[in-house]
Design a protein around this ligand. Sequence first.
Ligand SMILES: [Zn+2]
Length: 390
Amino acid sequence: MIRYHAAGLVVIQGQRNMTDYLRERFEDVDLTPGQGKISATIAVGLGLLSLLGGFCFLFPNLLTTPEFRAFYSADVLRMVLFAGIAVAFCAGFISVWRHQDPRYGLAGMIMACMAALLGSGRIDVPPMDGRSLYAGLDYFILTLLVLALVFIPMERIYPKDPQQRVLRRGWITDMKYFLFSHVGLQLISFFTVIPIQVFLHDKVDIGFQQAIASQPLWLQFIEILIVVDLGSYWIHRAFHEVPWLWKFHAVHHSTQHMDWLASSRLHVVEIVANRFVGYLPIFILGFSPSAVYAYLVFISFHAIFIHANVRFRFPLLRWVIATPEFHHWHHSSEDEAVDKNYAAFLPLYDKLFGTLHMPDKLAARYGTRASTQVPEGVVQQFTFPFRRSS
Ligand SMILES: [Zn+2]
């Protein structure tokens, strides 16, 4: 059936758009060994990452993160890039041979070759202009690589839901969120870190900040955890209990499959609100940068871990810190679990404020309840909170 739009565009009804095509073809993929599909996934995934990595070597000023570059050596990364290229190329070769459609393997091999050409170019990073615009592509590639290497095997070896696939339904949407939150790091900081620094820099007590920053690092680390967790408990609770805020946070809860990648499904308004609330006490109290970095690395990794599809239950620890069991209950759509377990790290706050839920079983179903129907896809989810509810 053909429909005529006001603008004169002709839309053929029933014709699926690109996103639907990708979703149908590459989500919920059966990766049982022996079909060449695992090698095809590795070839295309790693080939693409290597290609992006090659571009980072070519345009470091534009594509890499100044703060992040201080933590790695370009020479080591070039070796990592060539290892990635070699693995992508070999996986591509195996896939061409095993998979019924040789195009995936070929695409992986071609991307690996192009990455080798880009990556063998110059790498000297010219001095940066502190205020220039950049994309955190290096941050995206490296975190994705490390997280995939840690979590995919972990979720295969100790799965909570053994039926759930690596390329499960919704992974493409979540990968887009992951891409945005890493590549757009500068943009997100612009709305969180910079306003706080600009408006509060002359209002803080320097003497008090020096006393805080001169404490041992481990003590500052624990203090940051306790302080930031209190703020994030209440902002999280507000996102659940204030109806217009809930629509932003419902996007995060729309996933019906818990795994490491599901943690990145967050509306940008929520990302900014969370970062703001987290950074505010850190800035006012003046913790030392090393303690803050250690905290950020730890809490980011922990946030991903508690979403992972793993069955660990941690006998004593489950009452002290947030575990996958604790946070999976937060994501459960079962009646008993709704609006429970808000804490990011310390369940103590849920105990204190009466929202703890830790029964003797594991959560079974995830997602929002029928009263909140979140659409699929990044763009639809972005506009969802701004739409009038029908
Ligand atoms: Zn929540």
